[in-house]
Write a protein that binds this ligand. Structure first.
Ligand code: FES
Length: 147
């Protein structure tokens, strides 16, 4: 009887310790926009849906990214959270003496279009996602950071 009880408690515990949670997110690319819908030098916030694995659960979620199309038709994708404490920031086209800047409403941080800190207290530039263009579509990998 003791062996049965030990097995009933021990097998799930052993599986919990030995079976790794699923992490299918790394490497998943998500189509978020058509390149033609972006204008060079005009950041645009894109809302998209993605599937994310959270431990053993698969979650559908709506999230966003800021995309910047460069003059050379490359695309930069930013994490939409401020690098200070994670507030959502926005684009102000007339800030930074007309050059435009990302502004965080929480504590006043400002970032250039290239993501560099213009005004604190943000401790580092905006976080970037890996981004690529494939057949005129913009794809990002929101699980990976680019520098
Ligand atoms: Fe953006 Fe504090 S969270 S400045």
């Amino acid at each position: 009887m003791g062996g049965v009880i030990a097995a009933a408690a021990g097998v799930p515990a052993a599986l919990y310790l030995l079976v790794k949670p699923k992490n299918k997110n790394s490497g998943e690319w998500v189509e978020v926009a058509e390149l033609d819908q972006l204008r060079a030098g005009q950041p645009e916030e894109i809302v998209y849906n993605r599937k994310r694995t959270d431990g053993w659960r698969r979650v559908d979620e709506k999230t966003s990214t800021w995309l910047v199309r460069t003059e050379t038709d490359a695309v930069i994708a930013y994490n939409p959270a401020c690098t200070h404490l994670g507030c959502a920031y926005h684009w102000d086209a007339v800030g930074n003496a007309g050059a435009g800047q990302f502004e965080c409403p929480c504590h006043g941080s400002a970032f250039s279009m290239e993501g560099k800190v213009i005004a604190g207290p943000a401790p580092r530039p905006l976080d970037r996602y890996l981004a690529r263009i494939d057949g005129g579509k913009v794809l990002i990998n929101p699980e990976t950071r680019s520098v």
